[in-house]
Design a protein around this ligand. Structure first.
Ligand SMILES: NC(=O)c1ccc[n+]([C@@H]2O[C@H](COP(=O)([O-])OP(=O)(O)OC[C@H]3O[C@@H](n4cnc5c(N)ncnc54)[C@H](O)[C@@H]3O)[C@@H](O)[C@H]2O)c1
Length: 448
């Protein structure tokens, strides 16, 4: 079914490792390249440098079957692959909103001159519209039969394996029938399983990813804007979201108010989209995304202010427990983590913050060495005057007040993800606060 195609994956991060292991599980022979030799050694030994449910087993199965391996050699990759997937990072540029394309550029720059036989180079990284057309021109000089396609990736950390093996849609941005045919061979199994295969131009493929992220970010910030109104007016954003979500034209997904989005994708992708639109002279069309970003960041400041309120207006020297470091549950990714940002703000207010997370402590310690950490939930909560639930890991959502009551110094909890039952905590004697919920309408903050 896979036509004997041999695949390479260039860049072995969250996306690349997942893609490599999943393609191997579909029966392809896969060679993955990363410039980080230590990472390559770990991966060849079956050790996953990231936390992603189900991926460790898939990787080991692929290694065991001899269908996937890792290298630092582009020469090996160029000789091996019929299809080369670009999976390198595109972080935000330091000091600007633009995407930093240096990893993608280095990848194409290394691969192109080594290509000595017909092949398809397929971009999966998230890039500003126009990048693919430029790279295609660059690769056109690489030799006969070398072609570029763009196939943006929509996987979500925490469900990356399922999203790769059973995606909703596969976008094939192509400039020829041959490129489309090769991508149809690569994705034959997911398509047979129900994934829609949508053929587009290179530009539409790039825009598809940017637009999808912009829409999701807007939906999250919309409900968080409603949360701000609820806090002022005495509404309850959970009830409001139920009402909105019951309308099939709106739908309930991505309408949970809370601390907002973070991670290595949404924030930098919407900023890069706005920056690219400005370059294209279409900045006005995406001006609303700046407000989406601002609403999102305001939730972090508001959460820290709630902690200050619960601490009686002074956090100096006060022990505070932060539950969560990953930007979302099911991941150890702390890139632009709302939880760590709030922990940092609280530390700046003088609090003695102790962070606990079931998977992301290692990354958090490296990214924010100035914060306090505990290896257990109980250790983080010991003596705390305020507990903040900032990442909705299932074990936090399942917390019972009794499990913490004897541990904390004061029973104050901020549910910044709206996953706890307010009545349960209040009945147990806790002061419970959440984003998007005034204490009660009578005490809602009044406009001045
Ligand atoms: N992480 C996600 O959930 C996700 C989802 C969809 C799309 N994306 C997009 O996929 C791309 C990769 O994201 P990620 O989260 O996997 O990034 P990452 O930072 O985890 O991984 C990038 C990897 O590329 C390696 N690398 C850097 N330069 C290289 C080069 N020249 N050649 C080979 N390897 C090189 C790095 O060592 C690193 O291991 C980004 O464009 C991102 O926006 C990510």
């Amino acid at each position: 079914m896979n036509g004997g195609l041999r695949l390479t994956v260039l860049g072995a991060g969250y996306l690349g490792i997942t893609h490599a292991a999943c393609m191997a599980s579909l029966g392809f022979e896969v060679l993955a390249v990363d410039t980080d030799g230590g990472r390559v050694d770990e991966l060849n030994a079956g050790r996953l440098p990231i936390y992603e449910p189900g991926l460790q087993d898939l990787l080991r199965a692929g290694l065991g079957a001899g269908r996937v391996r890792f290298t630092t050699s582009y020469a090996e990759a160029a000789a091996f692959g019929d299809v080369h997937f670009i999976c390198t990072g595109t972080p935000q540029q330091v000091g600007s909103d633009h995407a930093d394309l240096s990893q993608v550029q280095a990848c194409v720059g290394a691969l192109g001159p080594l290509l000595a036989r017909p092949c398809l180079v397929v971009g999966k990284s998230t890039v500003p519209v126009g990048t693919a057309r430029r790279l295609a021109a660059e690769l056109a000089g690489a030799g006969a039969g070398v072609e570029l396609a763009w196939n943006p990736e929509f996987l979500r950390e925490g469900s990356a394996v399922a999203d790769t093996l059973s995606p909703d849609r596969i976008v094939a941005g192509v400039t020829s029938g041959r490129a489309e045919e090769i991508l149809r061979q690569v994705y034959a199994r997911p398509v047979a399983g129900g994934a829609r295969f949508i053929v587009t131009t290179l530009e539409t493929a790039e825009l598809a990813k940017a637009a999808a992220n912009a829409f999701l970010a807007t939906k999250i910030s919309f409900i968080n804007a409603m949360a701000e109104i609820c806090e002022m007016a005495g509404g309850d954003v959970r009830e409001l979201a139920q009402v909105l979500g019951a309308d099939p034209r709106i739908g309930p997904a991505f309408l949970r108010a809370g601390l907002g989005f973070g991670g290595g994708c949404l924030p930098k992708d919407i900023r890069a989209f706005v920056a690219r639109a400005d370059e294209l002279g279409a900045g006005d069309a995406l001006a609303f995304l700046r407000e989406v970003d601002a609403i999102n960041l305001r939730r972090r400041a508001r959460t820290a202010d709630l902690a200050l309120e619960l601490a009686g207006g002074n956090l100096a020297g006060m022990p505070v427990c932060v539950l969560g470091a990953a930007f979302k549950p099911g991941s150890d990714d702390v890139r632009d983590s709302p939880a760590l940002d709030v922990a940092q703000i609280l530390t700046g207010m003088g609090a003695k913050v102790t962070v606990y997370d079931p998977a992301a402590l290692g990354n958090a310690r490296r990214a924010r060495p100035g914060l306090g950490y505990a290896d257990t939930l109980a250790g983080a909560a010991a003596g705390a005057h305020v507990v903040l639930l900032l990442t909705e890991w299932p074990e936090f959502a399942a917390l019972a007040p009794g499990s913490l009551s004897g541990t904390v110094a004061r029973p104050n909890i901020i549910d910044a993800r709206n996953v706890l039952d307010p009545a349960t905590w209040r009945d147990a004697g806790w002061t419970y606060r959440a984003l998007g919920m005034a204490v009660d309408p009578a005490t809602a903050r009044q406009p001045h």
